[in-house]
Ligand binder design. Structure first.
Ligand SMILES: *[C@@H]1O[C@H](CO)[C@@H](O)[C@H](O)[C@H]1NC(C)=O
Ligand SMILES: *[C@@H]1O[C@H](CO)[C@@H](O)[C@H](O)[C@H]1NC(C)=O
Length: 454
């Protein structure tokens, strides 16, 4: 897909969500009435999560407040205030676990900063048949992997970690939905009114600020990904044919974003997650989409799910994002509170174009990385004559970019230091939250029982 670097200053697209104006609200009145009339049928919404619902009843989902769900299971999740619970899904392989240690350390550091008291909890949703080497040390809720073949193993000592997994994120959507199914049954799994969904290759630099008090009207907050483009001619027809038929609105209503980073109320996550499963499952029946969208199809399915559920998502793009920047595309941290290092950052010597430094997560695929938990190298001091890579057309490295690369490597290393590096067991062990386990069928049964629908 297109590089973010090319579009980082792209103006927010028409799909960018904002609170509706008075005029728009007026035009939505008939819609609101439909919703009110539909409240009697709200039980449809309370059907076991993950049960696909047809397009016909999708309209009933709009406007369903979280309060009903919040009082489920004899308790409730927080619905007021502006605190944030950070969550991410993981397969428990060394590649992801090394990243998770740096991220968890960065989260713990951020909690000690002014405003960090709002970042009240951190949960790793582990989709794996058995607990892994981090379960006893990083707050973990284990769910059943949809694809147990994605567990992975070390090919032989010192060799790469291998899996029979066809598609690395194969378990993620299902795992996330299992977590929210479990939240319906046991709301105490969630400690804040907002959930910040991120990925292991994120780092936190500063405390994240919620869009507003959860009891207010501020929409959820997401990131504008220019490479997610449902209106792209090649996908347009395929998507509207099945996943977002014209009756649901224009395709521009689908946000150009992804599930991460998103700061959203718990009730909206509970609503979006089963729809995400549903859309992703439907997408799998369109071979052309599967092939064409490849790794980004879970981003597309999330965005379509948000549009189907009519959950507003305000998107911030490029360096205006208060959530993340993506080095090396960005020139600095801008307004962001976090870093997402999905792309490699590289510096080359102008003299011979050889590599002077790189920050490349794809090099972290051996089990050894979890035995050593090594810090990453820092970039060489800034000097004229350094180039930014990769690519043939390598521009000179600016001081600002050098600073951002240094911030990236330092934040990663300080995160690892925070958790004790290779001594993470000794440092995190005392006082670690006991890992939880959600047996999928039981969670489903519990959710069904508490919703009063068989
Ligand atoms: C996860 O996948 C399993 C196996 O396909 C399925 O039975 C279950 O309903 C899925 N869970 C959710 C929440 O979608
Ligand atoms: C490339 O140039 C840099 C700076 O002059 C030097 O430090 C480095 O050793 C050179 N690398 C190779 C492979 O020649």
């Amino acid at each position: 897909m297109g590089s973010t670097a090319d579009h980082r200053e792209a103006p927010p697209h028409a799909a960018v969500r904002r609170p509706p104006s008075r005029q728009e609200l007026g035009s939505r009145l008939p819609w609101a009435l439909t919703v009110v009339l539909a409240v009697g049928l709200l039980y449809t919404w309370l059907a076991p999560a993950g049960q696909p619902a047809g397009v016909a009843n999708q309209q009933l989902h709009s406007g369903a407040a979280g309060t009903a769900a919040a009082s489920h299971g004899g308790g409730s999740w927080p619905t007021t205030g502006d605190t944030i619970h950070t969550i991410l899904a993981s397969n428990g392989g060394p590649y992801i676990n090394y990243q998770t240690l740096a991220l968890y350390g960065s989260w713990r550091r951020v909690r000690r900063m002014p405003g960090g008291e709002k970042m009240v909890a951190f949960t790793r949703i582990l989709h794996r048949t058995a607990h892994d080497e981090l379960s006893a040390f990083v707050p973990t809720v284990k769910v059943q992997p949809k694809h147990p073949e994605c567990d992975g193993r070390e090919a032989e000592p010192g060799r790469r970690w291998v899996t029979e997994c066809k598609w690395p994120p194969a378990n993620r959507i299902n795992a996330t939905a299992q977590f929210f199914q479990a939240v319906l049954a046991d709301p105490s799994l969630v400690k804040a009114p907002y959930l910040y969904y991120i990925e292991p290759d994120f780092l936190l630099v500063k405390p994240v600020v919620a869009p507003g008090p959860a009891e207010g009207a501020a929409p959820a907050l997401g990131f504008f990904y220019p490479n997610v483009f449902p209106e792209y001619p090649q996908w347009k027809d395929l998507i509207t044919r099945k996943l977002f038929p014209p009756g649901l609105g224009p395709l521009s209503a689908v946000p150009r974003s992804g599930p991460a980073p998103v700061v959203m109320r718990v009730a909206d996550w509970v609503r979006a997650a089963p729809r995400w499963v549903d859309i992703a499952d439907q997408m799998e029946t369109e071979p052309e989409l599967v092939k064409g969208l490849d790794w980004v199809r879970d981003m597309y399915s999330f965005c379509i799910a948000m549009a189907v559920e009519r959950i507003p998502l305000r998107l911030e793009g490029g360096m205006r994002s208060t959530l993340i920047v993506l080095p090396p595309a960005a020139n600095g941290l801008g307004s962001a509170t976090g870093l997402h290092y999905t792309y490699a950052s590289r510096i080359r010597w102008a003299a011979n174009a050889s590599l002077a430094w790189q920050f490349e997560k794809r090099a972290w695929t051996r089990q050894r990385i979890m035995e050593e938990v090594p810090p990453v190298p820092l970039p060489p001091p800034w000097q004229p004559g350094l180039l930014i890579g990769p690519g043939d057309n390598k521009p000179p490295l600016s001081k600002e970019q050098h600073e951002l690369f240094t911030l990236l490597a330092e934040t990663f290393n300080r995160g690892l230091e925070e958790v004790g590096g290779k001594n993470f067991r000794e440092v995190l062990g005392p006082g670690a939250e006991p890992a939880r386990e959600i047996p999928a069928p039981a969670a489903a049964a519990a959710a069904a029982a508490t919703s009063g629908v068989g």
